[in-house]
Design a protein around this ligand. Structure first.
Ligand SMILES: Cc1ncc(C[n+]2csc(CCOP(=O)(O)OP(=O)(O)O)c2C)c(N)n1
Ligand SMILES: [Mg+2]
Length: 577
């Protein structure tokens, strides 16, 4: 008895132990996480070091919002949750915009944030970076969890991964209080507590009668149209989507990030005939596209009302149906399963849509493309958007596997319209919110996740939201070429304030040299004043893979207010004074 009592503490000491730090790392690795995007600090600095030492790639950013945007687009590109790691309160809040952005855009992402001591936070006793982060995150994401015990780390991460990936993907918050990292437990029990998530995004097969209904509606069409959203791109069902479009012979319209699923130069592409197909089609099949503001809510003048239309909608989220207009044939399921069921249902005998419709769409498109062509060849000095985009368009055509990141107002809308995409998931942009600031985070994650060269076309204002991350691009030596469309401001650089000496609200320093910024970090900076100079600089950057920033000097008067969405600016009912 006495002997046994003496032996017990010895055995305790010899037992192998593990801690919260290692359990989180092991749980991430068990679930295939290879990259973490974040900013270090208390309480996660050591965690980042240990994760790096364990072989996970830990990329340090200059601001959490950019790390968060990087994680969000990593989720879109890989169909695995992108991981963002932040410190408590301010770091957490900086990452939160990106988490909300991921949720809005249906990208799988997990924001893991360190947090302060629960006991002190809950009594509001003023801890270092005190904040009730879980409560704040909840309304902005799909799900939010907190792990208080090391033994629950496996479950916490498994729940986060499932929540991010299953059904409609989105952002998940995982709260990791400082004390959790240092908690110790038996290593064997710890190992057993980890969960490898099996089939995190199970196929959701559409009901056979829903497939038949969709095909019946499609068959009844005289002027059918297919709209491909970024959900279709996310699905990675590229071959089946292409087969469905080509077998049916129906004109297709890609949404911004759906571009390239089929090449924009495809004979059925109606991208350059957008207003015609929206107004004149009689049956519209939406594949992974929502009828939100980007599609004028499916009604009104741009949809040719009072002409009535029938919609078929493929979406994994049943609540999406009828959100704006009646959906005649809702097809609920994952896009891969739905498209494959439709393909199967088409069988061998599908009648192509009436030739006059297909011809009308093609000739409108050709007419619009021809109208644009001479503007793209202009060699104006100072440059305008069309001259600059003319050369960049050719560069993307010659390098179809490069990734194009794009934000701004005119810099966004004109790039979207002018630069053809040739492969799926190559165009990454501001998404559902039209948010500024995604640029450098997206560019970094795109380079890291795909290994492909990245061309980021940025308005000078848009770039400013994440501009400091060019240091990150240089530090990791990423093949990113940033082209800044520098028109001295937001929309235009020509506004004048008539009341005092302050500059107008939309203008920046005239003649700014953004190219000098990247030189501070050892990257290549080029000032380009003509389309020729721009072409040379971008080709050199894409060939060398060296971090490059090209300051493309544009005519400050070249843009228009709010780009293509000036109509959304509120107007007073009162007459202007
Ligand atoms: C986070 C966020 N803040 C502000 C805006 C409003 N906004 C829309 S476009 C834009 C910048 C447009 O200027 P620029 O990027 O230079 O493009 P340009 O039209 O001049 O080519 C701003 C500030 C936004 N969309 N998102
Ligand atoms: Mg600008």
């Amino acid at each position: 008895m006495a002997e046994a009592a003496m032996k017990a503490p010895m055995a305790e000491a010899e037992r192998e132990l593990t801690d919260g730090f290692h359990l989180i790392i092991d749980a991430l690795k068990l679930n295939g996480v290879k990259t973490i995007y974040g900013v270090p600090g208390i309480p996660i600095t050591d965690f980042g070091r240990m994760a790096q030492a364990s072989g996970i790639r830990v990329l340090s950013f200059r601001h959490e919002q950019n790390a968060g945007y990087a994680a969000s687009i990593a989720g879109f590109l890989t169909k695995q949750p992108g991981i963002c790691l932040t410190v408590s309160a301010p770091g957490f809040l900086n990452g939160l915009t990106a988490l909300a952005h991921a949720t809005t855009n249906c990208f799988p992402m997990i924001l893991m944030s360190g947090s302060s001591e629960r006991e002190i936070v809950d009594l509001q006793q003023g801890d270092y970076e005190e904040m009730d982060q879980l409560a704040i995150a909840k309304p902005l994401c799909k799900a939010a969890f907190r792990v208080l015990h090391a033994a629950d780390i496996g479950t916490g991460l498994a729940r986060a991964i499932r929540a991010a990936l299953s059904g409609r993907p989105g952002g998940v918050y995982l709260d990791l209080p400082a004390k959790l990292f240092g908690q110790v437990m038996d290593a064997e029990a710890g190992k057993k507590s980890l969960v490898k998530v099996i089939d995190p995004a199970p196929a959701q097969i559409p009901a056979p009668d829903a497939v038949k209904r969709a095909l019946d509606v499609l068959k009844s069409a005289k002027k059918p149209l297919i709209i491909l959203g970024k959900g279709a791109a996310y699905a990675q069902a590229d071959a089946d989507i292409k087969a469905l479009v080509e077998k049916t012979g129906i004109p297709f319209l890609p949404m911004s990030m759906g571009k390239g699923l089929l090449p924009d130069t495809h004979p059925q592409c109606a991208g350059a005939a957008r207003s015609t197909v929206l107004a004149q089609s009689d049956v519209v099949m939406l594949i992974g596209a929502r009828l939100n503001w980007l599609l004028s809510h499916g009604k009104g003048k741009s949809w040719g009302e009072p002409h009535s239309k029938k919609f078929i909608q493929i979406d994994i989220e049943p609540k999406e149906m009828d959100s704006n207009v009646e959906i005649a044939a809702p097809l609920v399921g994952d896009i891969g399963s739905c498209v494959s069921a439709l393909l199967h249902g088409l069988g061998g005998h599908w009648t192509a849509p009436p030739a006059d419709w297909v011809k009308a769409v093609a000739s409108k498109r050709d007419e619009n493309v021809a109208k644009m062509a001479p503007r793209l060849m202009n060699n104006n000095n100072p440059m305008d958007y069309h001259g600059a985009l003319g050369v960049l368009r050719t560069i993307v055509k010659e390098r179809p596997d490069a990734i194009l990141v794009n934000e701004g107002a005119n810099a966004l809308d004109l790039t979207r319209g002018i630069i053809d995409m040739y492969q799926p998931r190559k165009r990454l942009d501001v998404g559902t919110w039209g948010v500024m600031g995604v640029g450098m985070g997206y560019a970094i994650a795109a380079a890291i996740e795909t290994g492909k060269p990245v061309l980021a076309i940025e308005g000078d204002s848009a770039f400013g939201f994440s501009g400091m991350e060019i240091e990150t691009i240089c530090r990791y030596n990423l093949p990113v070429c940033v082209v800044i469309f520098n028109n001295d401001g937001i929309y235009r650089g020509t506004d004048v304030n008539t009341s005092n000496a302050d500059p107008a609200t939309t203008v920046f320093v005239k003649g700014a040299r953004y190219d000098k910024m990247i030189e501070a970090f050892g990257g290549v900076g080029v000032n380009a004043t003509t389309p020729d100079e721009l072409k040379r600089a971008v080709n050199a950057a894409m060939d060398s893979g060296k971090p490059t920033l090209v300051n493309a000097v544009l005519d400050p008067a070249a843009g228009s207010e709010s780009g293509r969405i000036g109509n959304l600016n509120p107007q007073s009912a009162l007459k202007k004074k």
